[in-house]
Design a protein around this ligand. Structure first.
Ligand code: ADP
Ligand code: MG
Length: 561
């Protein structure tokens, strides 16, 4: 096929402009992004070659080479990874028709710092080349194919595609630097960027040795290649040999996050399954936390070979914000998604990792109160799903949950069930809660009147997930959870004899009235009765003891049920 000119989608153009502006202060990251793509490409090749050795084309030593040319003002990156077909180039490089694109644009604030963070999570990696380059040329040949393709663009609105020859498989990217970006045409500068961002990449990143000085001070130019990074899998190294900085840099690599992680857990696990886990809690929720087609999760390796990135099979849904790697020693290299779905071995690994992550959260909750509060703000709603999703760890997850309550009437969710239990009134045997579709509605619920009067604390639940939460968690530490808006409200020992007596007399006194009200309302209510649960309001609606709560009905209605 001859040379072809194609246009970027409107969104791609917009994204490019935005990226160049908001990331300019951090421009050196282009190298990290391109190296990371080259590394992914080599991982993919290794994985595909498991079933088809011929893909190596007799060249099984994978590496990434970086070079620069001061005269031509170019930087060149090449890898001998999987490469791309022409079609793949169009789909992967020419478009960003990804799920979540629209949601992504809606979240942009115009604040460069915040946007930069979002862009990082969104993963516009390749385009970051245009922060420093005004022309980018990508030449690629897919392993096992003969045809190669060249993609070229000035990052404005169009790109060209043409068929070319390429001897080695893989991808070569040439960046033609913009005026003023000559700082990158420097041996020391490039090497230090690679060390800073890409030390943990598991394949060698090589550059020419560069200049050195001989005995008499003469410059010796060497064409020999040297490996710049450590090139060992970080998680496979011993904990004592890994610095905090290395852990953080690795997090940014696996998570595509620009911020530092909140915490991490790193362990070699032995037993029924042997594996290494290095799992991180992010500081901030990704933009696609609620998007079913979210792209990032935990990466699975088998004996250092990348297998897949798929949070769903490796961790439960309620931990979908966790990032990192799991490297198994025992799984077969040719595991497929289907096998993973029904694998007892994966179940064992999954259960072990869940315990580690919950332990990590418990540790933060106990020792880093402010961090836990921040964590809860970002991920609390997701973690609450766990009470319904993970029966085995229900109590543990419930202990990690935090709530708004009538004790402070503040919207901030900061009370644990343990705090609640410690403050229970004498004779109180239930954990009381009210659910509503907003915090204000929960706080002002007339059902709370009697509880406020008696000084009994009530959980104020107004997150969407809360209905599910309370229907899954029926008791905690032996105390049952009870809605203040349901049933006959038997306060048990909290009620004194006189109150009970008064209640019964009143019911008799007002029987005529309640019968009349029932007659008027007819089938819209089941029963009309006198209550002592109100102190200020004249009347309220109460759900049946075992019926659906009013809030649940509203939720189902809004979901079209
Ligand atoms: P991401 O890496 O998050 O997918 P990028 O914008 O960095 O996003 O890259 C887009 C896609 O382009 C990659 O998913 C990959 O399919 C393809 N790609 C980029 N660089 C290479 C490369 N060096 N070799 C093969 N494919 C590549
Ligand atoms: Mg990338």
């Amino acid at each position: 096929m001859s040379k072809q000119t194609l246009g970027f989608q409107a969104e791609t153009k917009q994204l490019l402009q935005l990226m160049i502006h908001s990331l300019y202060s951090n421009k050196e990251i282009f190298l990290r992004e391109l190296v990371s793509n080259a590394s992914d490409a080599c991982d993919k090749l290794k994985f595909e070659a498991l079933n088809n050795d011929a893909l190596y084309e007799n060249d099984g030593s994978l590496h990434i080479d970086v070079a620069f040319d001061r005269d031509a003002r170019t930087i060149t990156l090449s890898d001998n990874g999987i490469g791309m077909t022409r079609e793949e180039v169009v789909n992967n490089i020419g478009t960003i028709a990804r799920s979540g694109t629209k949601a992504f644009f809606e979240q942009l604030s115009g604040d460069a710092k915040k946007d930069a963070n979002l862009i990082g999570q969104f993963g516009v990696g390749f385009y970051s080349a245009f922060i420093v380059a005004d022309r980018v040329s990508l030449t690629t040949r897919r392993a096992g194919e003969t045809a190669a393709t060249r993609w070229e663009s000035e990052g404005a609105g169009e790109y060209t595609l043409e068929d070319v020859e390429k001897a080695g498989r893989g991808t070569e990217i040439v960046l033609h630097l913009k005026d003023g970006e000559d700082e990158f045409l420097d041996d020391w500068r490039l090497k230090s960027i690679i060390k800073r961002y890409s030390d943990h990449i598991t394949l060698p990143i090589r550059m020419k040795k560069g200049n050195s000085y001989g005995e008499n001070g003469e410059v010796i130019v060497s064409d020999e290649l040297e490996t710049i990074n450590k090139a060992s899998a970080l998680w496979a190294r011993s904990k004592n040999d890994i610095s905090e900085e290395e852990y953080k840099a690795f997090y940014k690599h696996v998570s595509h996050d620009w911020e530092e992680p909140l915490a991490w857990s790193h362990a070699k696990v032995e037993g029924r399954q042997e594996y290494t886990e290095l799992l991180y809690l992010p500081k901030r929720a990704p933009f696609d936390l609620y998007d079913r087609e979210r792209r990032h999760g935990v990466k699975l390796f088998v004996r250092r070979v990348f297998i897949m990135e798929d949070a769903e099979k490796l961790l439960p849904q309620y931990l979908r914000f966790v990032r990192g790697v799991i490297d198994s020693n025992d799984l077969p290299l040719n595991v497929s998604r289907e096998i993973l779905q029904h694998s007892k071995d994966i179940d064992t690994i999954k259960a072990g990792c869940v315990k580690k992550v919950l332990g990590l959260m418990e540790d933060i909750a106990e020792n880093r109160a402010d961090d836990y509060a921040a964590f809860w703000k970002e991920f609390g709603r997701v973690l609450k799903e766990g009470v319904g999703e993970d029966m085995g760890n229900r109590e543990r997850i419930a202990s990690l949950c935090r709530f708004a309550t009538t004790a402070s009437d503040s919207e901030e969710q900061s009370v644990s069930l343990k705090d609640y239990l410690a403050r229970m009134k004498e004779g109180q045997d239930k954990i009381y809660y009210v659910t509503a579709d907003s915090f204000a509605a929960a706080k002002n619920s007339p059902h709370l009147e009697i509880f406020r009067k008696k000084g009994i604390e009530v959980l104020l639940l107004s997150d969407r997930v809360d209905e599910w939460f309370v229907s899954s968690l029926t008791e905690f530490d032996g105390k049952s959870l009870a809605s203040v808006a349901k049933g006959g409200l038997d306060l048990g020992a909290l009620e004194d004899e006189a109150e009970k007596q008064a209640q019964e007399t009143k019911a008799a006194d007002f029987k005529e009235l309640t019968d009349k009200v029932k007659e008027v309302l007819g089938d819209s209510v089941q029963e009309v009765r006198v209550t002592h649960r109100l102190t200020d309001s004249p009347a309220c609606l109460v759900a049946e003891e075992h019926g659906m709560s009013g809030n649940m009905e509203r939720l189902l209605k809004s979901a079209g049920q």
